[in-house]
Ligand binder design. Structure first.
Ligand SMILES: N[C@@H](CCC(=O)N[C@@H](CS)C(=O)NCC(=O)O)C(=O)O
Length: 234
């Protein structure tokens, strides 16, 4: 997912992306003195995204920490985590997997592996097979896809219900200005768009779901989704 890239684009901070294979994340983090962001099976887990800011010398790990660092260091423009909203933003990121991303990950799991470099593909395959205790192809066979889409769409509708509490015409959680929770949602949309393409049934269904809520959010945020190379989304 591309939270940190969307955040950098929203801030208007220039950056250069360096792509790192899964198996190189730990050695790179150790070299840069970057801490693990979490644990897996009791062991420290070094993760991406990680940013290095040459203007301050800071190395920051974990996308939410990166968002807060960007707000503190580059206070102009959009505030990603407005004051007093940390607890809300943290809660939203916590519930997103059970609402949406775990269903979407399962749906795409066999397509993610071959989209990676061979080293990363192997790592991804082994890590997921160990986690689910099944060969990759059997984790979410095609027969489960309809139900997984339904669960994902129910998740989107649930979030739509929360956003409706803001009243009409407000696209974002905080009303008229996007913040971190919107970035998290848009990065899910971007991910779906990259894997399925604009002409796919999945994308078209999503763009018409929930009274056009996700089409409006995408319309407002698509300008922040590009990569530093500037390639267009499929
Ligand atoms: N909470 C972290 C999670 C990041 C995360 O899980 N990153 C994945 C890549 S998308 C990772 O680096 N995984 C390392 C691994 O599986 O070894 C964040 O938001 O930055």
């Amino acid at each position: 997912m591309a939270h940190h890239r969307i955040a950098l684009n929203m801030k208007g901070v220039p950056y250069k992306t360096i792509w790192v294979d899964y198996c190189d994340i730990e050695p790179l983090s150790l070299k840069l003195d970057a801490p693990p962001s979490t644990t897996r099976a009791g062991a420290p887990l070094y993760t991406l995204p990680l940013i290095q800011d040459p203007s301050t010398g800071a190395t920051v790990v974990d996308s939410f920490a990166i968002a807060k660092y960007l707000d503190a260091t580059y206070p102009g423009g959009i505030t990603l985590v407005p004051e007093g909203t940390d607890a809300f933003q943290t809660m939203f990121i916590d519930v997103l997997p059970s609402l949406l991303t775990q269903h979407l990950l399962l749906l795409h799991i066999t397509r993610i592996a071959p989209s990676l470099n061979p080293h990363s593909e192997d790592y991804f395959r082994r890590a997921r097979e160990m986690h689910f205790g099944n060969p990759l192809a059997e984790i979410a066979p095609v027969s489960t896809h309809e139900a997984l889409w339904k669960q994902a769409f129910e998740g989107f509708s649930h979030v739509h219900g929360w956003l409706n509490a803001n009243g009409e015409c407000k696209v974002f959680f905080m009303g008229h200005k996007p913040s971190w929770a919107d970035v998290a949602l848009v990065s899910v949309l971007a991910w779906l768009r990259i894997y399925n393409g604009r002409e796919s049934r999945e994308w078209k269904e999503l763009m018409t779901a929930d009274e056009g809520r996700w089409a409006r959010l995408w319309g407002a945020m698509e300008k922040y989704v590009h990569r530093d190379g500037g390639e267009a989304l499929p």
